[in-house]
Design a protein around this ligand. Sequence first.
Ligand code: C2E
Ligand code: MG
Ligand code: MG
Length: 601
Amino acid sequence: MTSISAPLRILMVEDSEDDACLLYSELSQTGAEIAYARVDTAEDMRAALNDADWNIVISDHTLPHFSSLEALQVLKECGKDIPFIIYSGDVSEHVEVAAMCSGAQDSIHKGNFARLLPAIERELLGAAMRRAKQQADGEVHKLAFYDTLTGLPNRNLFCDHVTRMLSIADCRTGALYFLDIDRFQRVNNCFGHKVGDALIRQIAQRLQKGVPDEGMVARLGSDQFAVFLGSACSDSQARDAAEHIRQAFVEPFVQGSREFFIGASIGIAMSSRDGEDVPELLINAETAMFRAKSRGGDTYQLYEREMGAVAGKQLMLENAMRGAAQRQELILEYQPSLSVVTGELEGVEALVRWRHPEFGVLQPDDFIPLANDSGLIREIGKWVLQVACRQAKAWHDAGHDRLTMAVNLSAVQFWQSGLVQVVADVLAETGMEPACLELEITESVLMRDAEATIATLHALKNMRVKISVDDFGTGYSSLSYLRRFPIDILKIDKSFTRDVTRDPETAAIVQAVGLLGRSLGLETVAEGVETADQLEFFHQQRYDRVQGFLFSPARSAAEITAMLEAPQGGLSPPLGGGVPDGAIGARVGRIPTSEFASGAV
Ligand code: C2E
Ligand code: MG
Ligand code: MG
């Protein structure tokens, strides 16, 4: 025997110790390491099979209290896949056929080692292959039905299992929960996918621990989970159970040295009313989840029929958005930003609107998130950049040659391939002065993949384009990261502006951001300035620019042209009391009250 890999464990069904020893020494001569046990009754064989693992059973046929056919039966009963070879001097052809039919692999005349050795080799190989196949089948099953990150059932198994539960006559009711972790993308962006994955695993464990045995938890993908509880039959039971599920998120999640306070938005669909089958229940629970999320997250919501219409509207919007630019349904408006020092109109920010044929004029918050999700932002973003640069060039040519044009870039746009090329192409084709273009990105972009971000920002900087960090202060700010990125402008978020005169803490933050900007040589811009007091505050804190309804909401290109052409930049009468002395008081004005009122302050 040449290729039996040691050690080989043989269970011998044999009444003669001499015969067993002889077989052992013959097999040992091949160089294989052999271990064997000899049994000669059904009882001993059962015990041996239970107590240890065997590679092969070699059985005599006739024993005083046992036979090879009975031994084969004992092996079958134990359920293990072990090759069985009859090795006997007195077995009839009739018995051999019967044994083969019952699952014996071979029958060899005692003493015929020349046949026995290759038979053992062949059977060991066969068993190894069967095991490998079984393992592979197991893996395939696992991949098809379980989530690899958490080990939880996946969507397929969840659907199968819940479908089966609901088909059982006395269990046709239950509540299906769709969970989506709130702001999880931010965790991934800021701390990386390793931390994100570790948190997902912890969330999975807590959910599984919190759900009763008869319930089922599954991971549907990314940061989404599903739970089914057959025991929650009424709305009030479903609500109680939702509260219970939320307990999993009460304690912070600890990863490394950090604590994460994580919440989930939960949508609930009742099997008795909210869907014909599990896929439909999942869709409706997801719709309810979106409603919970839109209420700020960290809460739950039962599905209501009217919500379906909202989801349908989203789908319709997405379809209608395709080609909206070509159909000339998109429009750009421009909101002025002014120098705090001189009060002059220094630049504008391009803000997109969609004149939808059915729903009227939609604001960016109504469709930009959808455009990001569907990838349509690529088409829309390019259109915005083209129109804004063309318009800036026209204003420059008309003599307003230092007017800056700010264009918003969503994170999705920033990460899309070819962004730098798109910007270069648009600048070349419109002839706009690159130094007047300010691309507004959000903090989350800076937090993600530092190397790639820096490379993209440098490529843009090499074209002399300016980079502005929009909505500054709303992300996970580690202020030290700012130094690493080639940025030019910090634009503090309007939520800070709103509270700056009411809340000392906010005032302190805004002051710190102003100082930080100055120390890093960045321009500082305050957005959302609505009152003279706010303006005064930013003046005192020596911010560079202000933007907000106090001066003007976003306006059409023609209206901006009129402002530029008018004396004092068109931003009429200076404010009364409360405005600081000096240039700003004399130059920065406000839009007449009637227009101001229509600006949705
Ligand atoms: P943003 O870049 O922070 O733009 C400022 C938003 O604040 C604008 O809302 C503007 O109308 C509003 N705003 C200006 N002054 C005031 C004020 O005094 N008080 C208040 N309460 N709000 C003020 P809008 O136009 O609805 O835009 C919302 C967001 O949509 C923008 O926020 C920007 O992130 C995004 N967005 C707009 N246009 C585009 C675009 O072309 N591409 C991309 N990717 N995003 C865009
Ligand atoms: Mg902006
Ligand atoms: Mg902003």
